[in-house]
Design a protein around this ligand. Sequence first.
Ligand code: GTP
Ligand code: MG
Length: 222
Amino acid sequence: MQINSTEILFSEELEINENLKDFVLQQQVYRAAIKEIKTKLEILDEEFEARYDHNPIHHMEYRLKAPKSIVEKLKRRGLEVSLDSIRKNLTDIAGVRVICNYLNDINRITNLLLRQDDITLVRKTDYITNPKENGYRSLHLIVLVPIFLAERTESIPVEIQIRTIAMDFWASLEHQLKYKTQNEISEDLRDRLKSCAESITHLDVEMQTIYKEIKSETFLDA
Ligand code: GTP
Ligand code: MG
């Protein structure tokens, strides 16, 4: 496996009692957890396609939290910078973002995933029913998935963000805008961004309704 310079820098931060090999092994376990979740979701999407001629998932994105961000987050929270502390305190090292086509697909995918025997739900935050103050919408799950290694089984947390294409459009641009400005965004701009989030909610509801109507017409024609 290739070891990049950021990982070496990170290992220096871990100080005396840990070595790079342990860190790389741990990274590999988080990568495996992403693969497990990705496969589970792909299987559900493919079954839906075969059964109902509908794909709930538009696409997925994955990320392993960069070593630099891991260290920054631990320090920000005043926690020890060690592998043990990462395992204990951080649940977002492995991240999967699921972008669904329609609003109903979000609950559909969530329920089917959480029903699986080897998945344990740690936390569910529903920013769709209760959007954040700035207008952000998504369903966030932290789940544990078992990873079977040569000598032991590890239960690994994965952060899953589930949202529609429309919610993803808003969140991506809002994220970019936040990083573009050095200063706090003015109240006027915050209000306008929030009103964009509200327009997007109407779009999601309307697209869902159109989809349902077309489906029922097609069904009647058949
Ligand atoms: P952190 O992981 O420390 O940020 O806090 P948390 O675990 O309480 O996080 P939360 O579930 O609120 O958010 C986790 C992730 O959701 C972030 O890393 C973003 O990817 C996404 N997110 C949350 N709030 C926003 C937001 O207001 N705008 C955008 N664009 N993304 C957000
Ligand atoms: Mg987080």
